[in-house]
Design a protein around this ligand. Structure first.
Ligand code: C2E
Ligand code: CA
Ligand code: CA
Length: 609
């Protein structure tokens, strides 16, 4: 062999060795990352492969495979690995003349491994491929973690439905789409009722299973094309969004189906059967709200107001009237906060008389809110709103402080020792500092607890927890009087009266409305007064406006009366003057009635009595 030839052979040999060395280094490294690769240079007919072919595809690949082997590999093992993947074709023959990199997640069906396949191809001027790099990387481990994270980010653990965040994201997309296409879009919301109560009574595990069953049921409405989606928004709230009501399943139909399902109990794995009750709301885009946020908020508003009214298994569509009252409530809420800050609230006092003796029994403190134009906003209107917004707590606090301090003033100025009757919202009693607040104020103003009466309605007994009801008993134990207000407007069952911790019963004005005109109301009122007195309770008739009503109440021996006839709610100075002048006694009857009837709530005229 001549010198130069042997040199060339050596050179080629060393180049081949170097190449093989490089390849084995690469393969070793890629093997570590569980990757397999091959390379083709079409122009120079170079074919190379390396890495973890065996682990990923179960095939052994030589470092420099010949063309046949490689095409066999590509068409065989790789294609086989990719066989049911649409992207396989795309991976093998990308179009276009630029250099392109494509990556796809593919699953090797033979060994259930997830791979990321990437291919980079470069082309010459006439669009013929020049070089091609292909690499497969094992991502099975990350894929599982990633899927779990995705699941956690998108789905609710208990029910398997979309979670709130993801549902809102999908809904936002739907709203955007509906805005462009003009397609109909409705959002249905479902509130499962008695959430806390049921959770406590059946236990968290059973309740989660119940929620899960309900979630599975809702999942049945979900369509693959994402036109109907369902989510578990929070605790007792679920939502279904329906895009394009061209579908047979519209919002009302979905509600009908859910209601039908809830007529039957869910059977748990323990064999227990549990029933669910719900309320439903619908908000349609764009009439009921033009964003995902408003659709949700308006649905929540409907559900909230239904729950407040104690409705069950009902549904309602959000309309503009509701929207108006909603906006009005928001404005009033703001104004209440303002009025509190600027100390605009006042208390008026309405006298109560003992019918038999004609003497002043005491008075009821009634809140007054002069609006900017001097007209009073009716407490019947703003108290319920304050209860919703939470403003009832500072309002209640103000009423207690003001009525107690007023009492102290009357006591020192006029030796007043009548009763001060104060309206207390059921919500105030739920606060665990309620008893302390009252006791502290009694001490602060040095008042006799027997002179203070709290007026509460039946809801305070029906809707409050036992703990809250016990608080009423505790206060009573300290000598504070308790009156049941508005008797006759709620459930008003006589049989439960005897178990309530009360001293006084206030017969609602509705009795007075027909007590003269309707004989049966007269009979009912008379027997009510008798029975209540037999239970040892004091009676007060509210809303007494005329002489006939007064004569009737006197005849049936009702203990006390309160009403426009004997005095309207009046400002503090006026009430003070009245007790100072001694006109509080009601002895002469007839003339006195005439005189007293002139007194009253002058500033409000007839708007707020
Ligand atoms: P309520 O406790 O039943 O108070 C009696 C209501 O009847 C008062 O209305 C009073 O002005 C009115 N009234 C009294 N006598 C007559 C009468 O002869 N004829 C007629 N037509 N009405 C009469 P007001 O002051 O508008 O209060 C409405 C409701 O607002 C009260 O009903 C009470 O539930 C609530 N409220 C008033 N002040 C307070 C308060 O300080 N705290 C709380 N939580 N609620 C209050
Ligand atoms: Ca009252
Ligand atoms: Ca009342």
């Amino acid at each position: 062999m001549d010198e130069s030839l042997s040199f060339q052979v050596d050179l080629l040999k060393s180049q081949k060795e170097k190449l093989e060395k490089d390849n084995s280094i690469q393969s070793g490294l890629l093997g570590l990352t569980e990757s397999a690769w091959y390379y083709i240079n079409f122009k120079e007919s170079v074919f190379q492969a390396g890495g973890a072919w065996k682990e990923l595809f179960g095939v052994e690949v030589p470092v420099t495979p010949d063309r046949e082997y490689l095409s066999g590999l590509v068409d065989g093992a790789v294609l086989y690995a990719l066989d049911d993947i649409m992207e396989a074709e795309e991976l093998r023959s990308p179009e276009g003349t630029d250099e392109r990199v494509l990556s796809r997640e593919i699953q090797v069906s033979s060994n259930k491994k997830w791979l990321e396949g990437s291919v980079k191809v470069s082309y010459d001027e006439s669009s013929r491929p020049v070089e091609k790099y292909v690499c497969f990387k094992n991502i099975t481990r990350y894929k599982a973690q990633y899927d779990e994270l995705t699941y956690m980010a998108y789905y609710d653990e208990v029910t398997g439905l979309y979670n709130r965040n993801y549902f809102v994201q999908r809904l936002t997309n739907m709203v955007r789409r509906a805005g462009k296409t003009g397609a109909a879009l409705s959002l249905v919301m479902i509130e499962l009722l008695d959430y806390e109560k049921m959770k406590n009574s059946v236990g968290i595990i059973n309740y989660d299973e119940l929620l899960q069953s309900f979630g599975v049921f809702l999942q049945d409405f979900v369509s693959d094309d994402e036109r109907i989606i369902a989510g578990h928004l929070s605790a007792q709230f679920y939502a279904v969004a329906i895009y394009d009501s061209g579908l047979t399943l519209d919002s009302t139909e979905i509600i009908r189906l859910i209601r039908a399902r809830l007529k039957n109990p869910f059977v748990l794995s323990s064999g227990d059967e549990l029933s669910l009750a719900a309320n439903y709301s619908i908000a349609n885009y764009p009439e009921s709200g033009n964003s995902a946020f408003l659709l949700l908020e308006h649905n929540e508003f409907i559900l909230f107001s239904m729950a407040e009214k104690g409705l069950r298994n009902s549904y309602r569509v959000f309309d503009s009237c509701l929207m108006e009252s909603f906006m009005e409530n928001i404005t009033i809420e703001k104004k209440i906060e303002n009025a509190l800050r600027q100390k605009i609230f006042q208390l008026y006092y309405q006298p109560q008389y003992n019918i038999r003796t004609g003497k002043l029994r005491g008075c009821e403190a009634l809140i007054r809110w002069p609006d900017t134009d001097g007209v009073f906003v009716s407490p019947a209107q703003f108290i319920p709103i304050a209860e919703k917004s939470g403003a009832i707590y500072p309002i209640g606090r103000y009423v207690l402080e003001e009525s107690f301090s007023t009492y102290a003033r009357w006591k020192s100025a006029a030796g007043y020792d009548g009763i001060m009757s104060i309206n207390i919202s059921a919500l105030q009693i739920r606060k665990n500092n309620f008893v302390d607040t009252v006791l502290t104020l009694l001490k602060k103003y040095n008042l006799d607890p027997d002179n203070i009466e709290i007026e509460i309605t039946e809801t305070a007994f029906i809707e409050n927890t036992e703990e809250a009801i016990d608080r009423i008993g505790t206060l009573r134990g300290h000598g504070v009087r308790v009156a049941l207000d508005d008797f006759g407007t709620g459930y008003s069952s006589l049989s439960y009266l005897k178990n309530l911790p009360i001293d006084t019963l206030k017969i609602d004005k509705t009795f007075m409305d027909t007590v003269i005109s309707d004989n049966s109301t007269g009979i009912i009122t008379e027997s009510l007064v008798r029975m209540v007195q037999r239970l040892g309770l004091e009676t007060i008739a509210e809303g007494v406006e005329n002489r006939e009503q007064y004569e009737f109440l006197k005849k049936i021996q009702c203990d006390n009366i309160q009403g426009f006839l004997l005095g309207r709610p009046m400002p503090e100075e006026e009430f003070r003057k009245m007790i100072l002048s001694g006109s509080a006694a009601m002895d002469g009857q007839a003339e006195l009635l005439d005189r007293i009837a002139l007194s009253g709530d002058k500033r409000t005229m007839d708007s707020v009595g």
